[in-house]
Write a protein that binds this ligand. Structure first.
Ligand SMILES: Nc1nc2c(ncn2[C@@H]2O[C@H](COP(=O)(O)OP(=O)(O)OP(=O)(O)O)[C@@H](O)[C@H]2O)c(=O)[nH]1
Ligand SMILES: [Mg+2]
Length: 483
């Protein structure tokens, strides 16, 4: 059938002005954040050849997108095509002739039109922040003459004025089957699905294949959410049961400074391990959602000395004191003492930056103003029959597990909101995020609290795990809808 198309597989060529965001649109739609596979760049004319991007599920190619070089001389090309039509109105035949005869003078236009001549549908990407000049009108005309099914996408690279956007929509509406918005730097799963549904509308001939892609994508999102819930469950269990110990001998006990040093080392080891668990979980989430540019670095030292940052965390994340009490996290008389920790840091107030994806929740628990680790001396039994060990366990705060959970739910949401078309390495910023667990239904809070308690005691309640998993899946789904 030609170079770019094969029988039965629907194909769409993404076309538009150089730098309009064609490659970024495809990168976001197809979740490709790797420049080796799909180059997105501020340098105009970055894409110089047609690049086929197959969409395959279970090894079967269902659909194909083609990235193309941008229009470079649309007005001249339009005139040339008009010349080919003589006194008539240009149509598919003249476009085909143009691709055969004018390669020398219009290499980019010919390259981008060839797949359309072969039968690909058109996805025309424009930046509605740019004035609607003659050059764009020429592109629109040429694309209309191809006679192929046509979708126009408004991809704003900054804030478009409403008047300008209306002008674009009106103009595009006369020449395209459908006009939609698709912000290549912001689009999430819902917008990606809607884009595919638009293709379904303009290209009924291949409806079955396109519908299969839409269904496969939806399935995949459900599977990923379950994978994410699994990762978070695993992280919580490992974090809450985490203990580290350090042997101490007679001298450690008799020389106070030595004992203090041991204790500090122990704390450091505990937080380092907690940060490792956090990082492992983030890596799993990033892999699940196919992100390579977002980083999962968790540096346990990153916030050292920034106690206020941690205080802010304690105020904003996790359950509030009434919810904690209701969930049974705080038992009767102990309440006062335990709350002192949470409320004490609350009073420090002050907004501050809570790091990026790698900011490290673990680090939030460090520092003098924060909940102390449970540190106790334990017998080492057979290992050192006459010796003892210090053991560090989870921070005393009843909110520990809830803050950990909040931080992961928020980061999961941040990962989902990150478009693959972006090429900056920016980390996720959780600074303005509000607690998600506070909005949980009471029954879910109670269930999780019971399971947390079993983990904190060192013996996770396996019987509750399926229910906890199901609630985590629901929590992840609710958070997706919230943004
Ligand atoms: N802010 C913002 N920038 C965007 C958006 N889409 C693309 N860009 C940026 O615009 C520049 C060009 O994007 P590309 O996707 O490479 O554009 P292209 O149309 O493929 O360009 P050529 O291949 O050179 O024709 C890059 O720096 C992108 O990051 C968007 O939706 N918002
Ligand atoms: Mg490109």
């Amino acid at each position: 059938m030609g170079t770019w198309l094969s029988d039965e597989i629907p194909a769409f060529a993404v076309v538009g002005r150089v730098n309009a965001g064609k490659s970024a649109t495809l990168a976001t739609l197809l979740e490709i954040d790797d420049d080796e596979l799909l180059r997105v760049s501020a340098t105009p004319g970055e894409t110089t050849n047609v690049l086929p991007l197959p969409v395959s599920y279970d090894g079967e190619e269902l659909m194909r997108f083609l990235d193309t070089p941008g229009f470079q001389q649309p007005v001249e090309a339009m005139r040339e095509i008009q010349k080919l039509a003589g006194s008539g109105v240009p149509g598919p035949a003249e476009i085909a002739r143009f691709t055969r005869e004018c390669r020398q003078r219009f290499p980019d236009e010919v390259r981008l039109l060839e797949p359309l001549v072969e039968g690909a549908g058109v996805i025309y990407v424009v930046d509605p922040c740019r004035p609607l000049r003659d050059t764009f009108l020429a592109e629109i005309e040429i694309l209309r003459w191809t006679g192929r099914p046509r979708l126009a996408l408004l991809n704003p690279q900054s804030e478009p004025s409403p008047e300008l956007e209306r002008e674009w929509r009106e103009r595009l509406g006369t020449a395209f089957n459908l006009v939609r918005s698709f912000d290549a730097h912001r689009a999430r799963y819902d917008e990606r699905r809607r884009l595919l549904e638009s293709l379904l509308q303009i290209e009924e001939h291949h409806a079955k294949h396109i519908q299969r892609v839409i269904d496969a994508m939806a399935n995949e999102m459900d599977e990923r959410r379950e994978e994410a819930a699994e990762a978070i469950l695993d992280f919580l269990e490992k974090s809450l049961t985490l203990r580290v110990s350090e042997p101490i001998d007679v001298r450690d006990r008799s020389v106070p400074s030595r004992g203090e040093k041991k204790r500090a080392e122990l704390e450091e080891r505990y937080f380092k391990k907690l940060a490792d668990l956090e990082q492992a979980c983030l890596k799993r989430l990033l892999k699940t959602y196919r992100h390579h540019l977002l980083k999962a670095e968790v540096d346990p030292e990153r916030h050292s000395g920034l106690n206020l940052a941690m205080a802010e965390t304690w105020r904003k994340w996790g359950l509030n004191r009434w919810q904690l009490a209701a969930a049974g996290a705080v038992a009767g008389g102990a309440a006062g003492a335990v709350f002192d920790l949470g409320v004490g840091v609350h009073s420090l107030g002050a907004g501050t930056v809570i790091g990026a994806i790698g900011g490290g929740t673990a680090a939030f628990f460090k520092g003098g103003a924060l909940p102390e680790l449970r540190i106790k001396g334990v017998g080492l039994g057979k290992i050192q029959s006459d010796g003892q060990a210090l053991e560090a366990g989870p921070p005393e705060s009843p909110n520990f597990a809830w803050v950990l959970l909040d931080s992961m739910l928020l980061r999961h949401r941040g990962i989902l909101a990150r478009a693959h078309g972006r090429r900056d390495e920016a980390a996720l910023d959780l600074e303005d995020e509000e607690s998600l667990v506070r909005n949980f239904p009471a029954a879910r809070r109670a269930l999780l609290q019971k399971w947390f308690a079993s983990c904190l005691k060192g013996s996770p309640d396996r019987g509750k795990e399926p229910e906890v998993f199901a609630e985590l899946v629901k929590a992840l789904e609710e958070a997706e809808g919230e943004v």
